[in-house]
Design a protein around this ligand. Structure first.
Ligand code: GLN
Length: 537
């Protein structure tokens, strides 16, 4: 029988529930089990596509083009779970479906209610992605904090599933916080209360992961176990790690998380393929050199805005045997050429990430110019590639007013523009080029040597494209177009000539990079940055 694990969070948000759920997924996979990961977000948005990266962090895109919560990115980096639109559930989707059915008359005149209609729809969505043949465990992470008004219907659905399937087949794992107060003392009370809140809803957690600054001692574990009705061996210390987040599965494994979960759910855990995770943190620990790359973007204030890119850079560093420091620079602060040169001084590479809207664009163009002229390794992602093209057009190709139709819809020289068929941009939800598609790379280019193949598949999330009217002019001035869509209609990648390493891509390679196998562009970008660092130093 298929097993279910529900991961909830207590006390406050940002406890790393997503990493905890992902780590558990990776541990169960290393035991030979097949895992399906689901994220529940209790907000009314239908998907994360229209949400600002400022407030909610990065929007993660799946192969099928779903715009989801960034936790799906964690699942992708830690596990082999299939991920599609079905793995991301929001309150908006649930209500939209129930109301659609109500309008159709599917409820046969009944009064439509939160219980059972909303909860049934939630349960249907939890069951359905894991129904694929061969899935052993579905891990469901419930966003928000226990006690929030928004998450009540989801927790009620969870309670029902645990009741229906029994605790032999469905368990709750709760992630909580042990804060330190000003006297330096660690406090267990918030955790006790958060478990109490969960129990009031009818859910007794089986496993407790306590977020704490340093490793929790035995006496505290016993105290918490006693007050929360949880077995001592199931109260685990989720202390801060000193290397990367990829050490977290190692920390849980050392305390037997996979063993207790397999025990509770009656799953066989004889197989053991855990070594890969150990290797990552060992590599990080033994690396001494620190490469530094700049990221010039507009959503710099919130740490999670470029989550997958940050992680992909770490993957690139791990695969090159170095550590990395990412210097995040707000593009709006680059108001003069001098400030731009100063802000980029000493870095070994520049990355310009994706983004939307006009704000901060001049700073990105200035940074791109400094990288081109200063022979700095460069990686441009989506908007970053468009910036690379605009900067080249203005300063090399002799098109001084070059711009993107996104910023100057009626401008005279939009080298980046909407395709003619993409006319209606008044509706923002779901009107982009989204999801996995194929590109054909040109032999002998940097992107070709990075991927080592002609046909590549990466995910997209954008509206604007290189304007074909300017393709010849830009190429004649020396800019290299190094990948195209298979029909040759759209440019997918650009490179500067006679530059140590520079690739701009219209797609998002950060969504497919993993710690065990860095995305080829991140691996090569960091390799070029390391080269620069060693030559400099
Ligand atoms: N705003 C640009 C576009 O829509 C780039 C999008 C992105 O960087 N993801 O084409």
């Amino acid at each position: 029988m298929r097993k279910y694990i529900f991961v909830t969070g207590g006390v406050c948000s940002s406890l790393g529930k997503g990493i905890a759920a992902s780590s558990l997924g990776s541990l169960l996979e290393s035991r030979g089990l097949s895992v399906c990961m689901i994220k529940i977000d209790p907000y009314l948005n239908v998907d994360a596509g229209t949400m600002s990266p400022y407030q909610h962090g990065e929007v993660f895109v799946t192969d099928d083009g779903a715009e989801t919560d960034l936790d799906l990115g964690n699942y992708a980096r830690f596990t082999a779970s299939p991920l599609s639109a079905a793995n991301s559930i929001t309150t908006g989707q649930v209500y939209q479906e129930v109301i659609r059915k109500e309008r159709k008359g599917d409820y046969l005149g009944k009064c439509v209610q939160v219980v059972p209609h909303i909860t049934d729809e939630i349960k249907r969505r939890i069951y359905s992605p894991g129904e694929k043949e061969g899935t052993d465990v579905t891990i469901v992470e419930i966003g928000g904090t226990v006690g929030d008004i928004e998450s009540i219907p989801f927790l009620e659905a969870v309670r029902q599933i645990i009741h229906e399937r029994s605790r032999r087949h469905a368990i709750s794992v709760h992630v909580s916080l042990i804060p330190t107060v000003s006297s330096g003392e660690l406090k267990t009370k918030p955790t006790q209360h958060s478990v109490k809140t969960l129990r009031e809803i009818g859910i007794q957690p089986e496993v407790l992961l306590c977020r704490i600054a340093t490793e929790m001692d035995d006496a505290m574990k016993r105290k918490i176990a006693n007050f929360t009705n949880i077995d001592y061996e199931c109260v685990l210390s989720a202390h801060d790690v000193k290397t990367t987040i990829y050490e977290i599965p190692v920390v849980y494994r050392a305390q037997g998380l996979d063993r207790v979960v397999c025990d509770r759910l009656g799953m066989d855990c004889k197989e053991d393929k855990f070594r890969a995770w150990h290797r990552i943190s060992e590599t990080w620990k033994s690396s001494v050199e620190v490469v530094e790359v700049a990221m010039v973007g507009k959503y710099i204030e919130l740490d999670d805005s470029y989550k997958s890119i940050d992680e992909s850079l770490v993957h690139g560093a791990i695969s090159n045997g170095v550590r990395i420091n990412i210097r995040k620079i707000d593009s709006e602060s680059l108001t003069t050429p001098e400030k731009t040169v100063e802000a980029l001084a000493g870095v070994h590479g520049l990355l310009i990430p994706g983004g939307f809207g006009e704000r901060g664009i001049p700073g990105m163009i200035a940074a791109s110019r400094v990288a081109r002229e200063g022979k700095l390794p460069f990686l441009g992602i989506c908007l970053g590639m468009q910036i690379q093209v605009i900067e080249w057009a203005r300063h090399i190709a002799g098109i001084p007013e070059a711009n993107s139709g996104e910023f100057t819809p009626d401008g005279p020289s939009n080298v980046i523009a909407l395709l003619e068929e993409q006319v209606d941009v008044t509706q923002y939800g779901g009107t982009m080029r989204l999801g996995l598609s194929e590109s054909v790379v040109i032999e002998g280019t940097l992107i070709h040597s990075a991927y080592g193949t002609i046909n590549i598949r990466e995910r997209h999330r954008h509206r604007y494209e290189v304007n074909n009217k300017y393709r010849d002019e830009l190429e004649n001035s020396g800019l290299i177009f190094s990948a195209f869509t298979p029909d040759d209609l759209l440019v997918e990648s650009t490179e500067w000539p006679s530059h140590p390493w520079s690739v701009g891509v219209q797609f998002h390679p950060e969504f497919t990079s993993s710690p065990l196998k860095a995305g080829p562009l991140f691996r090569e970008f960091i390799a070029a940055a390391v080269d620069k660092m060693r030559k400099a130093g």
